[in-house]
Design a binder for this molecule. Structure first.
Ligand code: AVJ
Length: 326
């Protein structure tokens, strides 16, 4: 691969979503107790579009709030990164956030968007390459929660990971630590991490953000079943499932569920899956952090928090983290 055309390199492709991997993960989740599905499966073509709509919802404060912090702090972040940074974005999506950093970085060495959605990755890479003609854009098509290979980067470039959007919130604390530990290995001892984190707040605000009045989040959640029907020959009748989200205070997380409103048997890739009436599939956890929680997750991963910026309402954090002992 790596055929260069202009400043954009051919995408490095890790084989995801490989159908057998999806089938294995889905069946493991649906045959477990409680039933779960991996949130990364939300982002097929339709799901990625629905997520973009979620980001526009009046109740969904996360994206706007983080953007506000980045707008205010981009110059400061860029100066902490220093010159000749290779910026690796975990989950580039349809993202515009990274532009705020790219606009401020001095002589960046490369931009490496990593994303699971090939369509979005290709579009975003082409757009960035056009917007920043001097920037080397080296996309990686991968599930970044698994190991993936980085494109070759200049040895002297400082590797800075950018993991915005509070996507870290999708990982259980131990998984989050393990994941951050891998980022720590990827960026190396001189590296850094720019991390977006949603903060604990009034549960009513969280509830509204994940049970929006116009039903976009419900459509986003239910789209998982449409995807399983299409890709795994599943037999979900969407009219018998409903979306709800609830804040689990003990675990400090929003949980998204799909509830079966009737007792029923569904087939998924030929395997029967039985539901009781009222039984749910837990499709996503979105952890909400306070400072002790954030330190408990990041410190064992080998990071210390150098800076933490927030917004006027104290709803969201953008952090600058560096390897411990650096
Ligand atoms: C992309 C994981 C940050 O947890 O808020 C939005 C996904 N789920 N609405 C989040 C999501 C429901 C989102 N993250």
């Amino acid at each position: 691969m790596n055929t260069r055309s202009g400043n954009i390199m051919g995408a490095r492709v890790s084989p995801y979503p490989a159908p057998d991997v999806v089938r294995t993960e889905v069946l493991r989740g649906l045959l477990g107790e409680p039933k779960t599905l991996p949130p990364k499966l939300f982002y097929d073509r339709a799901g990625a579009r629905l997520f973009e709509q979620i980001c526009e919802l009046p109740e969904y404060y996360l994206t706007r709030t983080e953007l506000g912090i980045l707008e205010e702090r981009a110059a400061e972040i860029a100066s902490l990164c220093g010159e000749h940074t290779a910026l690796i974005e975990y989950g580039s999506g349809a993202g515009v956030k990274v532009r705020l950093l790219l606009d401020e970085l001095v002589n960046p060495a490369a931009y490496v968007p990593v994303d699971i959605s090939m369509e979005q990755l290709a579009a975003v890479s082409a757009e960035r390459a056009r917007q920043y003609p001097d920037l080397r854009v080296a996309p990686v098509h991968a599930d970044y929660t698994a190991r993936f290979a980085l494109p070759p980067l200049p040895d002297d470039a400082r590797r800075v990971a950018f993991f915005p959007g509070s996507t870290i919130g999708n990982l259980h604390p131990a998984e989050a630590t393990a994941f951050l530990h891998r980022i720590r290995a990827t960026v190396g001892p001189r590296g850094a991490l720019v991390l977006g984190v949603d903060r604990r707040k009034d549960p009513a605000i969280l509830h509204a953000a994940y049970n929006d009045a116009s039903g976009v989040t419900a459509a986003f959640n239910l789209n998982l079943l449409t995807r399983l029907n299409r890709e795994l020959n599943a037999t979900f009748d969407l009219s018998t499932f409903r979306h709800f989200a609830v804040f689990n205070d003990d675990d400090s997380r929003i949980e998204m569920h799909l509830e079966s409103m009737i007792a029923q048997r569904v087939y998924v890739a030929g395997t029967p899956v039985d539901f009781e009436r009222g039984e749910t599939i837990l499709t996503e956890c979105s952890y909400k952090y306070d400072l002790p929680f954030l330190e408990a997750v990041t410190r064992p991963a080998g990071f210390r928090i150098e800076e933490l910026w927030t917004d006027s309402r104290d709803w969201f954090w953008v952090g600058f983290l560096v390897p411990t002992n650096s």
